[in-house]
Design a protein around this ligand. Structure first.
Ligand SMILES: Cc1cc2nc3c(=O)[nH]c(=O)nc-3n(C[C@H](O)[C@H](O)[C@H](O)COP(=O)(O)O)c2cc1C
Length: 311
């Protein structure tokens, strides 16, 4: 039995977010209550061509596991080569999974026929999932939207339900909706009915204990994928887990920011790429605007600690 089927439900997953779900943030989320974490999307072409920056994205600590590496691309053959590479490259693969991105709306991704564009190409999508499943023993999952052009996630689920995938995360918005608007709970619920033996995670708009409970009860899913709702608020995982509202005091926020920065500096030379996380952590504080102006220029830990004295 693979790890997907051993996690207690509801499963709380950190959904993939390019530029955010790196090793440091994944570790923070796992320590505070996430059951499983997704990497940023990683290009199969870049893996196959051994792009240095991409290979660095494969670095992880076993404390993050269960960890899912999410791949994007457009060719079954490239996916095959990429997973063969991953099979060899990843150490201690016990709690590692592979996810395939069928939901990214970014033009630079869809223009090549990858991400959400693939959801509307059922034949190629099927071949890609098949190629991945056939070439790895790692659990395979997929992430889709409710609808892309003419293809709904119901049709998609029907098409792939006999493939040996373990899990599916559904962003409850269509490609047309992008990242805002109502979540289509009813459609997500129907997907779970089509895939009773697979793990189905509902994603979209979960930013509080209330929205988490509402999403779980309206979709009857096995768990949730949390994305923007946990940026600056990883405590949401603990809050859902304990079924208790949680507003961390400034001291706890400060501690979390410093812990996040220290983890990030293990793999990075400075804090420049972490500034976007810092501003999320403090955005509800009274002096958020003054703090933000200083945090967007921070480069090292000493500067960060000095700024946080005013939190
Ligand atoms: C900055 C950002 C980056 C994202 N990157 C990815 C990605 O790499 N792969 C993916 O499948 N979805 C990605 N997403 C989509 C999220 O996983 C999620 O489906 C979406 O944000 C809806 O959930 P939310 O309303 O809880 O934020 C990204 C979203 C954001 C905001």
């Amino acid at each position: 039995m693979n790890f997907w089927f051993t996690i207690k439900k509801p499963i709380l997953a950190l959904a993939p977010m390019a530029g955010y779900t790196d090793s440091a943030f994944r570790l923070i989320c796992r320590q505070i209550g996430s059951d499983v974490v997704y990497s940023e999307m990683i290009s199969t072409d870049a893996i196959v061509f051994k792009n240095k920056k991409t290979i660095r994205m494969l670095k992880y600590s076993s404390k993050e596991c269960p960890l899912i590496f999410q791949l994007f691309g457009n060719k079954p053959e490239r996916f095959k080569e990429a997973v063969i590479f991953l099979n060899k490259k990843l150490k201690n693969k016990k709690n590692i999974g592979i996810d395939i991105n069928f939901g990214c709306p970014a033009h630079k991704v869809t223009k090549t026929g990858s991400g959400a564009a693939l959801m509307n190409e059922l034949d190629t999508a099927y071949k890609i999932i098949n190629a991945v499943c056939k070439n790895t023993d790692l659990p395979v999952s997929i992430k889709v939207r409710t609808k892309v052009k003419n293809t709904t996630c119901l049709e998609f689920a029907e098409t792939v339900k006999n493939l040996p995938i373990s899990a599916m995360m559904i962003h409850g918005r269509s490609l047309k909706q992008g990242f805002s608007g109502n979540i289509d709970f009813a459609t997500i619920k129907k997907v779970k009915q089509i895939l009773p033996d697979k793990i189905v995670l509902a994603n979209g708009g979960v930013d509080s204990l209330e929205t988490a409970l509402k999403t779980l009860s309206a979709t009857c899913c096995d768990g949730l994928g949390l994305a923007r709702g946990v940026l600056g608020n990883p405590w949401l995982f603990a809050s859902i887990r304990q079924n208790k509202k949680n507003n961390p005091p400034p001291d706890e926020i400060k501690k979390m920011i410093i812990c996040h920065a220290e983890l990030f500096l293990q793999d990075n030379e400075n804090l420049i790429n972490l500034r976007k996380h810092f501003v999320r952590y403090i955005h509800k504080q009274k002096n958020a605007s003054a703090l933000r102006q200083r945090l967007v220029n921070v480069e090292n830990l000493d500067e960060l600690k000095k700024i946080l004295k005013d939190l």
